[in-house]
Design a protein around this ligand. Structure first.
Ligand code: ZN
Length: 427
């Protein structure tokens, strides 16, 4: 029995309480308790308890992150009846697993279909420490080394690994202004993180602030006559989506202006609401005031280039990895001449005093944009460059006439005309 919380950490709201049931024959099934029923059912449940259970709903199993191999799952509800059994617990299996040999684990890298079970000997354990993961987030981690049991096992003591804490306040990122960031090379500097102090000056119109994200892999989901389909390269069986943020903020300092994308976790952190919640009352093509109210605010961000997108656009886009400092709402936005803007004349409308800023202010992007071209050529494969649909429409819940996803095109597959436009954009 375990809790699933928003944002994947214990500070997030609980989204559901999860369980695995095993029956007398050893068959196992995953079960989920929705948040409103947790206070009713949780007190009646504990691990290793043998129960009779009635009045639950059987559903198809979720497509990803399976804990047990079963095509179905149970969903408990407020009418579910749980009665303690006095059956002899010696007859009941206590564990369920499906072992994967350690040597074939590399086959499952990035595979999100199920959790894997392995059997091995613990040879080393580290202290828990706050370290930065590949996405740039600070997370609590502990390293445990396992030795394959098929190897000769020596009777040696468990090694202690010292895992140093990565203290965020001591991590120094190279400070760059936007004019310098504009020169970042997506080929050679793609993993670098930079610190940058900017003011949000707008959000381009005709762009969506959220998208349908696959519940398994976060790729874009599209609507088809057969229901929703995940567009992940190489396929993904998921049919379920949730709304996630992808806010294309236009930011400026005194040197330049660029696009800083803010995805799910950082955006939720800034806005204080989930994209799911905001989507209930707002269309994807209309920027909610919860988002537009941040126009005019100054921040120190830690950013990294969105390299796949930036390879194809004239000006690079960056992903906000961390909101390092909030400097509040500015009375006056940075002054920019149109030449010093990545967005051409479109930006000029944003150069106003922000004291009387309307609730919602968007900037027209020039058409056709490099970004639109980038959309045509975008390939999926990394989370931060998620395939994001910037075309308006196609957000309704009914299946549309939109064709099934064709395989994403890489640069080499682009038709000549697109290629020319691409080169022109690049100069
Ligand atoms: Zn998917």
């Amino acid at each position: 029995m375990w809790e699933f919380r928003e944002g994947g950490n214990e500070r997030g709201n609980m989204k559901h309480l999860d369980l695995v049931f095993i029956d007398l024959k050893g068959d196992a099934i995953y079960a989920e308790i929705p948040p409103d029923v947790i206070p009713i059912l949780k007190p009646q449940l504990s691990e290793k308890l043998i129960i009779f259970i009635g009045k639950f709903v059987v559903e198809k199993a979720k497509p990803g992150y399976k804990v047990v191999q079963n095509p179905y799952m149970l969903r408990l509800n407020r009418r579910t009846i749980i009665v303690k059994s006095n059956a002899n617990d010696l007859e009941f299996p206590k564990y369920t697993f499906s072992l994967t040999p350690i040597e074939i684990l590399p086959q499952f890298v990035k595979n999100k279909k199920r959790f894997l079970d392995v059997l091995g000997k613990i040879t080393a354990v580290s202290n828990p420490a706050v370290v930065r993961n590949t996405a740039g987030d600070l997370m609590m981690r502990r390293i445990i080394k396992l030795q394959d049991l098929s190897l000769p096992v020596d009777a040696i003591a468990v090694e202690k690994i010292d895992l140093p804490n990565e203290d965020q306040t001591h991590v120094a990122f190279e400070e760059k202004n936007l004019l310098q960031l504009n020169d970042i090379d997506p080929f050679t500097q793609k993993g670098e993180r930079y610190q940058c102090t900017v003011t949000i000056i707008g959000i381009p119109d005709k762009q969506h602030w959220c998208y349908r994200a696959c519940r398994v892999c976060s790729s874009k989901m599209i609507s088809t006559p057969d229901g929703f389909l995940c567009t992940k390269d190489g396929g993904c069986p998921s049919k379920q989506f949730e709304w996630k943020y992808k806010i294309p903020f236009i930011v400026a300092d005194d040197t330049y202006s660029l696009e800083f994308m803010m995805f799910e976790r950082r955006a939720a952190n800034l806005i204080g609401k989930s994209a799911e919640t905001l989507r209930k009352y707002n269309d994807p093509n209309i920027i909610p005031s919860d988002i537009s109210q941040w126009i005019g605010h100054k921040f120190t961000f830690v950013v990294r280039i969105l390299y796949k997108k930036s390879m194809r656009t004239e000006h690079p886009s960056f992903e906000v990895l961390l909101i390092k400092e909030r400097h509040g709402k500015q009375d006056v936005l940075p002054l920019l001449s149109s030449q010093s803007s990545a967005l051409g004349q479109g930006i000029s409308s944003a150069i106003v005093a922000t004291k009387d800023l309307p609730e919602l202010m968007t900037i027209s992007s020039k058409t056709p944009t490099d970004q639109e071209l980038a959309m045509l050529t975008q390939s999926i494969g990394e989370f931060d460059d998620m395939d994001i649909d910037k075309s308006p429409g196609n957000w309704d819940d009914k299946p549309s006439d939109m064709p099934l996803p064709t395989k994403r095109r890489l640069y080499d597959d682009i038709e000549d005309e697109d290629k020319k436009a691409f080169k022109k954009g690049k100069k």
